[in-house]
Structure formats: structure tokens, C-alpha cells
Ligand binder design. Structure first.
Ligand SMILES: Cc1cc2nc3c(=O)[nH]c(=O)nc-3n(C[C@H](O)[C@H](O)[C@H](O)COP(=O)(O)OP(=O)(O)OC[C@H]3O[C@@H](n4cnc5c(N)ncnc54)[C@H](O)[C@@H]3O)c2cc1C
Length: 465
């Protein structure tokens, strides 16, 4: 079959104006987050409907051509990188919110809708779409679904998997799997939508979703607490969970290396909310429905915790601007990370009780190979999710492999996961065996082959060859 034949079929699928090829393809379709070039695909298609997506996949299957689905391209594991001879299927034109149903507390939308747009639309109706993450302004809901995104409120509302009630997706052969249901309880056989959630574009293209919304909290309390020991951070977490009647929404922990780096590098923008020097810093946030009582309760629970020695110092945000300043310490990472570059980034999970031991062992393992290595550590401790930034002064493939192996062996030792929320993509594909047994991997391959026998959907991602 000729390239001309494929081009004609794609043109028929989406129309000439939405089929790009050659030099017309803008760098944003083949550049990573740091602006580094990635393979340029042969074609970019920008369908406007599910039927057009189906026509693209039928053409790709007929001409045995790989398809990489792209949302906002904020993924950090190479999952949206194109194949040089392949097709990029961009969902950017399928970005409409189709229905907001306050009675059912659901939102039905197209997969290319930007997360922040969906959040704001829900908010305009007094409702909350709980998923929230630093890339909210560019990431799409389809990408969030395909990576089963987590973020800063998993502790209370779960991951994307917990927010998707219904899904529409197109399978490799162009079959439209239509399951846009607004129901919470549905035990009618296998839960197919859950198979697609977190599948990183390897089993189908998500085209629409029904998301579960929640009542919008009317009060938010946010505090930064200096904590003397990691065990105290866990005690503080459990105490806040219990005493705040289920309203604790975020509980982020920053090791002193992280806090010192971000507050030093960003010092020109704002001063550190608490002095550096404590071993750990906790950013805790509760969202409730009784503003005055919530604030008083939050303050008194925190005061008791400090009196009991769980924290040595604390600051509570008194306004939205102060709240944003506290969150900036945790989320304003561009300049700090640039300072640490080159670095290798990890997103792992281990049991909460063993997080500190894990970090110590990971540092020791990397330190044997690179005695001058530098760690910067933070995480969503309530979820057992740690982000490690490791700098060893080099970025070559040998160093990367050595650090990856040291970290992932430690993850295996603690029976954790090599990917807490970012996914596998190409970055961790060859290490997935550190988190999955041979039997689990064999079943994943069986599923992949059954759903995509020609292997056109995002080949080379998630599963090793
Ligand atoms: C500053 C920053 C902060 C972040 N914070 C978090 C965080 O806290 N938690 C977290 O989980 N992630 C986080 N991420 C990672 C990233 O934002 C998420 O993975 C996001 O969900 C990806 O969405 P996207 O639209 O950008 O997807 P892309 O990057 O475009 O794609 C990601 C993967 O999903 C596939 N895909 C995309 N759309 C579809 C679709 N419609 N159908 C099928 N497959 C599809 C792609 O093929 C690829 O494999 C962060 C990233 C950045 C840059």
C-alpha cells in the first residue's frame, strides 16, 4: 500500500485542512516539555468528531500505520511521542463540554477539553471537578483519563479512575465503544472503561467521558507546618484526617532539600513562608462547607498538634493570595528544577509507613554508584506517592540506566510501584517488570493483542517488546 493511499484515506477522514504533513507540521506536535525535538510524524490529523476518529483508525489499520494520540502533551514519560513514519491524532478540536447535569452531578465532555476549562465550567454551577494538578492549564481530560492522572487531591476524591462514570472510545479497528452512562453503580459484566483508563493510548482513543462532580466546598484552610520527624508527619496526617471530619483534601510533604531549593531559587519572587532548617514541611489543605466553624476547627486541631510536638512551627493562610503563596512553594518548580539540571525524575509509590526508609535506601543505593548525587524529594504522602529528583551531574544513557535501576530495585524491595501517577510511556517501559509479575505482564500483552491485533495504537509504549 502506498503513502499516497494513506494520505488520501486520512484526507477523506478529516478533510484536507485538518491533515498536516511534512514541514507544515508545527514543532509542538514533536517537541517535548523542555522544548527538545522528538520524532516528527508523517501526518497529523485533527478530527472534529468521534466518527472522524473512527475513520482515521480504519485508515491506519488498513495501511498498517502507527497512531499516537495526543492531548495537551504535558505527559512526562514520552507517551505522546510520535513514530517517525506514523500518525499523530490530536484531540485538540474535540474540546466541547456537552452537558452539565447538576441533578446527576455529572459533566459530559469531549476528550480534548482542557482540564482547567472543565474545572471552571463545573465551578460556575457551584460544583467541583476534583482532579487538580500543576499542568491543569494545558492537560486535557482525555490525557488525564489515558494516564489515570492523580494530582493533589487524591487523598480525598481519588484518581481519575474514580471520577469517570462513562466513556466513549474508538478501538483500533474503528469500532466505537459507546458507554456514556451517568450512573455510579453498574455491575453489568466487565468494567471496560476501567481497562481504557490508564492505558496510555495503547488500547483505544478516548473521545468522550462522563465525569462525576462533587458539591463545591465553600471554605478552604491551608497551612504549612514544619515537622521534626517523618513519623510525626504520618501522625499529623492521621490526626487531621480524623479530626477534620473527612474534609482533608491535600497533605503534601516536602523534604528539607526540596523546601530549601524551591524557597532559595524562587526567593526573588517571594520570601520563604517558614524559615528553612526543619527536616520536613507539610502543606495541608482542608475544604469544607461551614466557613467559620471550619476555620476555627482547623486552627485548633493544628494548635493541638503543635502543642503535642508534631510540628515546630506553622503558618495558616489568611487569604486566597496567601494560600497561593503557600502552594507556590510546592508547585512553582520550573526555576528550581532548571537549577538542578541535569536530573532524573521519579514518580513512585510505596506504603506510607515505609516512605522515609525507602528514601534513605534509595539515596544509599544511588550514592554507591554516584557519591556526589543530589536528591530533592517531595510527595503526596497521603497516597504513598513520592517524587524524587536525582542529580548526578551527568545525563548520559549509562548514568540514567544506573540511577533508574538503583531506584526501581529499591521500589521492588518495598513492594511499591515504579509509576504512581505519570504512567510508563517509553521512559519506564523497560523497567515495568520491577512492578509487575511475569503473569501480569503476559495478561497485559494478551489484552493488547486482542484489542489491537495489528499493533497500531501507540506501539512501543507501556509494554516492552
Ligand atoms: C507541571 C506538571 C505537573 C503535573 N502534575 C501531575 C500530577 O500531579 N499528577 C499526574 O498524574 N500527572 C501530572 N502531570 C503529568 C500530566 O499532566 C498528566 O499525565 C496529564 O494527565 C496528561 O494529559 P495530556 O492531555 O497532556 O496528555 P498527553 O501528554 O498528550 O498524553 C499522555 C498520554 O495519554 C495518551 N492520550 C492522550 N489523550 C488521549 C486520548 N484522548 N485517548 C487515548 N489516549 C490519549 C497519549 O498517547 C499519551 O500516552 C504533570 C505534568 C506537568 C507538566
Amino acid at each position: 500500500m502506498s503513502g499516497d493511499g494513506l494520505q488520501a484515506a486520512l484526507r477523506e477522514a478529516v478533510g484536507a485542512a485538518e491533515l498536516l504533513s511534512g514541514a507544515v507540521i508545527e514543532p509542538r506536535y514533536h517537541t517535548d516539555l523542555r522544548g527538545q525535538p522528538r520524532p516528527r510524524p508523517a501526518f497529523v490529523v485533527r478530527p472534529a468528531s468521534t466518527d472522524e476518529v473512527a475513520a482515521v483508525l480504519r485508515a491506519a489499520q488498513r495501511f498498517a500505520t502507527p497512531v499516537t494520540t495526543q492531548g495537551g502533551r504535558t505527559g512526562v514519560v514520552g507517551g505522546a511521542d510520535a513514530e517517525a513514519h506514523g500518525i499523530v491524532l490530536s484531540l485538540e478540536r474535540m474540546n466541547r463540554i456537552l452537558d452539565l447535569d447538576p441533578a446527576s452531578m455529572t459533566m459530559t465532555l469531549e476528550a480534548g477539553c482542557i482540564l482547567q476549562t472543565a474545572q471552571e465550567q463545573a465551578e460556575s454551577q457551584g460544583l467541583l471537578l476534583p482532579l487538580d494538578l500543576g499542568a491543569r492549564g494545558s492537560a486535557t481530560v482525555g490525557g488525564n483519563i489515558a494516564t489515570n492522572a492523580g494530582g493533589v487531591r487524591v487523598l480525598r476524591w481519588g484518581m481519575m479512575r474514580d471520577m469517570v462514570l462513562g466513556l466513549e472510545a474508538v478501538l483500533a479497528d474503528g469500532t466505537i465503544l459507546s458507554g456514556l452512562r451517568k450512573i455510579i453503580k453498574d455491575n453489568a459484566g466487565y468494567d471496560l472503561k476501567q481497562l481504557l483508563i490508564g492505558s496510555e493510548g495503547t488500547l483505544g482513543v478516548v473521545t468522550k467521558a462522563v465525569l462525576r462532580l462533587r458539591p463545591m466546598p465553600t471554605s478552604t484552610q491551608t497551612a504549612l507546618v514544619a515537622v521534626p520527624r517523618f513519623a510525626h508527619a504520618i501522625t499529623l496526617l492521621r490526626r487531621l484526617e480524623g479530626a477534620l471530619a473527612g474534609t482533608l483534601s491535600s497533605f503534601e510533604v516536602m523534604w528539607d532539600d526540596f523546601y530549601t531549593l524551591t524557597t532559595t531559587v524562587n526567593a526573588a519572587k517571594q520570601s520563604a513562608p517558614l524559615p528553612p532548617g526543619a527536616p520536613f514541611y507539610v502543606l495541608a489543605e482542608a475544604m469544607g462547607a461551614e466557613p467559620e466553624r471550619d476555620a476555627a476547627r482547623f486552627e485548633s486541631v493544628l494548635a493541638d498538634a503543635l502543642a503535642d510536638g508534631l510540628g515546630t512551627d506553622a503558618v495558616i493562610a489568611q487569604s486566597e493570595a496567601e494560600r497561593q503563596r503557600l502552594w507556590a512553594v510546592r508547585e512553582d518548580l520550573n526555576a528550581p528544577m532548571a537549577r538542578l539540571w541535569p536530573l532524573f525524575a521519579f514518580d513512585v509509590s510505596v506504603p506510607v509507613a515505609e516512605m522515609e526508609a525507602f528514601v534513605d535506601e534509595a539515596k544509599a543505593c544511588v550514592g554507591i554508584i554516584f557519591p556526589d548525587s543530589r536528591f530533592v524529594t517531595y510527595g503526596h504522602i497521603g497516597d504513598g506517592n513520592l517524587h524524587l529528583m536525582v542529580g548526578v551531574g551527568r545525563a548520559d544513557a549509562d548514568a540514567h540506566h544506573a540511577v533508574d535501576t538503583a531506584i526501581f530495585k529499591t521500589v521492588r524491595h518495598f513492594n511499591g510501584s515504579i509509576s504512581a501517577e505519570h504512567g510508563i510511556g517509553t521512559a519506564k517501559r523497560d523497567y515495568i517488570g520491577y512492578s509487575r509479575t511475569p503473569a501480569e505482564l503476559a495478561l497485559m500483552k494478551t489484552i493488547k493483542t486482542a484489542m489491537d491485533p495489528a499493533g497500531i495504537l501507540n506501539p512501543g509504549k507501556l509494554l516492552p517488546a
